[in-house]
Design a protein around this ligand. Structure first.
Ligand code: PAF
Length: 283
């Protein structure tokens, strides 16, 4: 695997492949890689000739009181995992390389829809940070295909919309959620979960599954289901940020006649904020 820390170095290497007509696949990450990330690389490997991964902990998408400074940075281990997974190029810029004019005056990419609900409601500015850095990374890598995990469902929906609205010549591919043995969705932030909390955090996934079952069995009072799930999560000892049944495409609150519904949830443990989601189709 070849590693580049500069935009110009990576561009030069990829230009050659582009001229050769090779298909470039891209997996953007913030590092601290787990099986879920490596599955994205494996997916890119299947459909692309050249696989590029980036590791950049993007300050622009973290709120002032969030975990940017303590976000787990495991660069050496990440490099070993990416090499073993068959990644060809790693882009690992520092803050100055990505934001040479500073963060405050950085031009931004704003998606006005779907960004102020769900995670966007409790993390103001988060999605603006994501769309800005992902646009920059797309401009740097110029991939034919970029792969994002479904675990960050809202992020995936916002990026799809951005790529469509801005006519970005990139195919956005969704990759399934990877889970631990008990069903907890894999996340770099799972390392924040304490030993005592760990057996109980699966309540988030179980609550989403419980809602899905109720809906499939005909329940249509969605707001009541959300309230009951929040009570269940509270009994397991956690505060809910949101549990919402949403229209899978627009992320608007699900309506009774919606056929594609995604149930999304976010809970707070003592020191982590965990998210998960589950999509259902009603015929
Ligand atoms: O999902 C992530 O890890 C990040 O939000 C992303 C897409 C790499 C942008 O920083």
């Amino acid at each position: 695997m070849r590693i580049f820390h500069t935009v110009s170095g990576l561009r030069e290497a990829l230009t050659i492949h582009r001229r050769e007509g090779l298909r470039i696949g891209f997996v953007p990450t913030m590092g601290n890689l787990h099986q879920g990330h490596l599955a994205l690389v494996a997916q890119a490997r299947q459909t692309c000739d050249v696989v590029v991964c980036s590791i950049f902990v993007n300050a622009l998408q973290f709120g002032l009181n969030e975990d940017w400074d303590k976000y787990p940075r495991t660069y050496q281990m990440d490099c070993e995992k990416l090499t073993a997974a068959g990644c060809d190029y790693l882009f690992h810029p520092d803050d100055t390389e990505m934001y040479p004019n500073g963060l405050d005056t950085q031009s931004r990419v704003i998606c006005p829809t779907m960004t102020d609900v769900l995670c966007g409601a409790s993390r103001p500015g988060h999605f603006e940070g994501v769309t800005t850095v992902v646009s920059k990374l797309f401009n740097i890598v110029q991939p034919d295909e970029a792969i994002f995990g479904i675990k960050d469902y809202q992020q995936l929906a916002v990026i799809r919309r951005m790529a469509e609205d801005l006519c970005m010549p990139v195919q956005i591919t969704a990759a399934p959620i990877h889970r631990e043995a008990d069903g907890l969705a894999m996340s770099s932030r799972n390392s924040y979960i304490t030993e005592q909390e760990r057996p109980n955090v699966v309540v988030l996934k179980e609550s989403l599954e419980w809602i899905a079952l109720q809906v499939q069995e005909g329940a249509r009072n969605f707001r009541e289901l959300e309230t009951l799930a929040i009570q269940r999560i509270a009994s397991a000892g956690f505060k809910t940020d949101y549990i919402t049944l949403s229209n899978s495409k627009t992320l608007d609150p699900a309506a009774e006649d919606d056929l594609e519904i995604t149930i999304l949830g976010a809970i707070f443990t003592e020191s982590a904020r965990l998210i998960d989601n589950l999509s259902i189709r009603l015929d």
